[in-house]
Design a protein around this ligand. Structure first.
Ligand code: ATP
Length: 253
């Protein structure tokens, strides 16, 4: 489904990603781990198109997408939840999800301003999609609440709902669990596992190694912008390079 070949990107002459290659199978849940500054977010934003790679190639279902802008990649099924993504302040939970969905409408601004039938139909579809996505993440009963009033765990699920309105083929989650309490983490893990079971292809950046090893089919480990290991959670746990670079002595014990 996703082929990343020798992707590179530098900032100020320093490699944030250097010849990063990986292949993600259809329906796979791929964990991406590595120390701070390893290049994980850089990799995700190059896949989503928000950051340009300086070299390398990205192929989604056989189609080269590396020259496409982010909205075209989104139309092809790539959705990203950014690290620390913000909510729209002063808006309800439902409106926050619906705003995410409006970027995909076809009717355009003129038709929206004139409230032409096509626009009204799209608006209905958007809100139907938003309701469905909220149900999917278990937030239906909070639809009319002010989004900012939600506890952090629910805010993260809201971000996920926003991404789901696009019915993505490939969902990129950049540290969705950071800052969450243990019970919120468990709920989010459960939700990610369900999406995976439903067949969605997911890439997940996560610092909590036990969370990522319990969820992922395979894990890619980055260090200083390079892939230092790629394998099943068991293989990763045993890999001496990973233990040395990332997991530390505790994990090796
Ligand atoms: N927009 C930018 N401008 C300059 N340097 C950047 C930029 N984005 C990333 N970098 C640098 O690229 C390297 C990789 O950063 P990146 O955010 O991809 O790492 P990460 O593995 O996601 O880190 P973290 O776990 O802390 O989120 C770091 O050295 C970072 O400082």
């Amino acid at each position: 489904m996703l082929d990343v070949e020798r992707l590179s990107r530098t900032f100020g002459g320093v490699y944030a990603n250097r010849d990063v290659s990986l292949t993600v199978a259809d329906g796979e849940l791929r964990g991406v781990i590595g120390p701070n500054g390893a290049g994980k977010s850089t990799l995700f934003t190059m896949i989503s198109g928000h950051l340009h790679a300086q070299s390398g190639r990205i192929t989604l279902d056989g189609q080269h997408i590396d020259r496409l802008p982010p909205h075209r990649r989104a139309q092809l099924g790539v959705a990203i939840v950014f690290q620390g993504a913000r909510l729209f302040p002063g808006m309800s939970v439902l409106a926050n999800v619906a705003v995410g969905a409006t970027s995909r409408t076809r009717a355009g601004a003129v038709s929206a301003a004139l409230r032409l039938p096509r626009h009204r139909r799209e608006e209905r579809e958007i809100f139907a999609d938003a309701h469905e996505a909220l149900a999917r993440v278990g937030l239906s009963e909070w639809a009319d609440r002010d989004a900012e009033q939600l506890p952090l765990g629910q805010q993260r699920r809201l971000q996920l709902a926003r991404a789901l309105t696009a019915s993505p083929k490939l969902l990129l989650l950049d540290e969705p669990a950071s800052g969450l309490r243990a019970n919120e983490r468990r709920e989010l893990s459960h939700l990610i596992r369900e999406l995976h079971r439903d067949g969605m292809t997911i890439m997940l950046i996560e610092h909590d190694v036990s969370m990522v090893t319990s969820l992922a089919d395979r894990i890619t480990v980055l260090d200083l912008g390079e892939v230092i290991a790629d394998g099943t959670p068991d293989e990763i746990r045993r890999d001496p390079r990973v233990i040395a670079a990332y997991l530390g002595k505790d994990a090796a014990a």
